[in-house]
Design a protein around this ligand. Structure first.
Ligand SMILES: NC(=O)c1ccc[n+]([C@@H]2O[C@H](COP(=O)([O-])OP(=O)(O)OC[C@H]3O[C@@H](n4cnc5c(N)ncnc54)[C@H](O)[C@@H]3O)[C@@H](O)[C@H]2O)c1
Length: 280
């Protein structure tokens, strides 16, 4: 009997934005271990370079560190040129850059009569809202415009990053939720638009992972004790734990591989059951 081995992401040229971040650095390392070539794009070019140097010490050398801003099309086009020069093609785009920020977050979960206005929705500055909304939504759309153009000849796959906030709003993070819901909608739009060109567009919706952008919401200043919000998250997660970056690996590789060749437009929750549980 002949054993058939799926090639997965082996040999694919992958562009990953926000690749020096917590979730995507872990994903990048996993993709490299499975034989992919990864262009490591990040606003923090120095951190991207250091990350690639660390990977090289582990024997993972098929990387290209590039400083790029997902909100600046010219910077993405320059990155695209450098990738094509090195590897001649682009097969996959992972839109990992994004996240929440305290300046787009309201301190109060709900407004009651005594709540100071500045702690509520009314205290949210347009700049704070716009920063978070733009980074996530526009920061997904612009890389698709630049890198999917390179997939038009041979097809390819895109993986966007949604969030639990895309299904149902989470308190405090109005800007982030609106942007992530927008990404879910945009994922379906682009999946439809590019399906005839052989480009699949899907998204992951990670549940709660402790990372730089949400640590201030989930953990007290000691870095260990759960905040009241952190406790609520665990209580609403049927598996009763936060995710680990490696929990995303299999889901990402599957959606990017040819095994998922008839799957497009989906947002896959990787959340320990958070989305399916009403809390009651
Ligand atoms: N951490 C979680 O629990 C969680 C849950 C759901 C979704 N997500 C999403 O997963 C993705 C990755 O999250 P993370 O926790 O690893 O975040 P992170 O903050 O660790 O990483 C984000 C990376 O993006 C880079 N970046 C920021 N602005 C950029 C820009 N303008 N251009 C290019 N790069 C830029 C940062 O330098 C950083 O390296 C984000 O879209 C986030 O919203 C995270």
């Amino acid at each position: 009997m002949k054993i058939v081995k799926d090639k997965g992401v082996e040999g694919k040229v992958i562009v990953c934005t926000g690749a020096a971040g917590v979730l995507c650095s872990s994903m990048t390392e996993d993709l490299l271990k499975h034989g992919a070539k990864v262009a490591v794009l990040d606003l923090r070019g120095d951190v991207a370079k250091q990350f690639c140097a660390k990977l090289a010490k582990k024997g993972l050398t098929q990387t290209l560190a590039i400083e790029a801003n997902v909100l600046d099309k010219a910077s993405l086009e320059a990155a695209c040129k450098a990738i094509l020069k090195k590897w001649k093609r682009i097969d996959v785009l992972i839109n990992g850059a994004g996240g929440n920020h305290p300046k787009g977050t309201t301190p109060a979960e709900q407004m009651t009569k005594g709540t100071p206005l500045e702690d509520t929705f009314f205290g949210l500055t347009p700049e704070g809202f716009e920063f978070v909304n733009k980074l996530n939504l526009v920061g997904t759309i612009l890389p698709c415009q630049v890198f999917c153009k390179e997939m038009l000849k041979k097809g390819g796959a895109v993986l966007n990053f949604c969030s639990m906030a895309a299904y149902q709003p989470l308190t405090k993070v109005a800007a982030y939720g609106a942007a992530k819901a927008g990404i879910m909608n945009f994922t379906r739009f682009l999946a439809t638009h590019l399906a005839p060109m052989g480009i699949r567009v899907n998204a992951l919706a990670p549940g709660f992972f402790i990372t730089n952008q949400n640590r201030f919401l989930m953990l007290e200043k000691d870095g260990k004790t759960l905040t009241a919000r952190g406790n609520k998250v665990i209580a609403k997660t049927p598996m009763r734990k936060f995710g680990q970056p490696s929990d995303l690996h299999g889901a990402a590789r599957f959606l990017l591989s040819d095994e998922a060749s008839f799957i497009t437009g989906v947002t896959l929750p990787v959340d320990g059951g958070f989305v399916c549980y009403s809390g009651v």
